[in-house]
Design a protein around this ligand. Sequence first.
Ligand code: FAD
Length: 288
Amino acid sequence: MSNILLKNKPLNVLTWFKTGGSCKYFFQPENKEMLKKFLLDKQDNLDIFPLGAGSNILIRDKGYNGIIVHFAKLNKITLENNGIIRAQAGAMDVEVARFARNHSLSGLEFLVGIPGSIGGGIKMNSGAFGSEFKNVLIDVKAINKDGVIKTFPKNELNLSYRTNKLDSNWFFLDGRFKTKPGQKNNIQKKMKEIISLRKNSQPTGVKTGGSTFMNNENFKAWELIDKSGCRGTRLGGAKISEKHCNFIINFNKANSSEIEALGELVRERVFKKTGVKLNWEIKILGEK
Ligand SMILES: Cc1cc2nc3c(=O)[nH]c(=O)nc-3n(C[C@H](O)[C@H](O)[C@H](O)COP(=O)(O)OP(=O)(O)OC[C@H]3O[C@@H](n4cnc5c(N)ncnc54)[C@H](O)[C@@H]3O)c2cc1C
């Protein structure tokens, strides 16, 4: 049990920013029965936060006084009838894209460009290069804090741009995705194009949380950030990427406070320059 339930586990290693404090308890179930039992047996009233690949999250330096449920080991991907792929929450998006390609199934190529897990992607309605989870998801299986398991058809999640309106007391266990038959070579070609587009437009191989602020129908966040003169701005060990100015990079041992303060500085400058209050896309967790 010792590797499954831990106390005071440092979370920095589990996030892309590589910053942040510890959580009070850390639970990493190996299957959904184990998670259900944990939720049913749990004695205290601590908050629970589901963590995926940590690619869209900033954990504050004082840590999180609650329970982190880490989905990494619930990572099975299976093929059902009619080209439907079921992927557990902890499966990485890139693995699901490769699984679909290996079965000559098209439609999930965009997942190769998102460095998160299926659970995080469902929560964020992640998208890239012309598609998003909303376009390919059929339904999701989820568990709540009382151990109840339920399947939700996609429309009950009310997915929209980087938003999922299902009550956050539900944690995703798996999702089913539709695909269509395709030619393996063409699918592979599309995936390669996406990887190369990503390399050209985003910083790669760096400690970052991806897009920091949300776009909306009227503006792209990066354009407002650029217009406000924030490209390359530094605060401590954190900076706004020169390559894609909606990315914050931990370039020199930044802590989470510096990253958050830099984000707030950008919001302030953008507001002064354009009158727009940017909304964080990155989820911020923990004690101030
Ligand atoms: C270099 C880089 C590039 C990126 N490019 C893109 C991009 O092109 N498009 C895009 O959309 N995003 C992009 N992102 C952001 C990020 O990869 C996505 O939002 C991703 O889907 C988050 O998944 P995750 O597993 O890392 O989630 P985490 O960061 O671990 O968590 C994000 C949110 O999802 C919730 N969550 C995670 N698992 C579950 C679960 N099982 N049940 C319920 N909630 C859960 C968490 O509680 C949290 O609220 C990028 C990030 C980086 C670092």
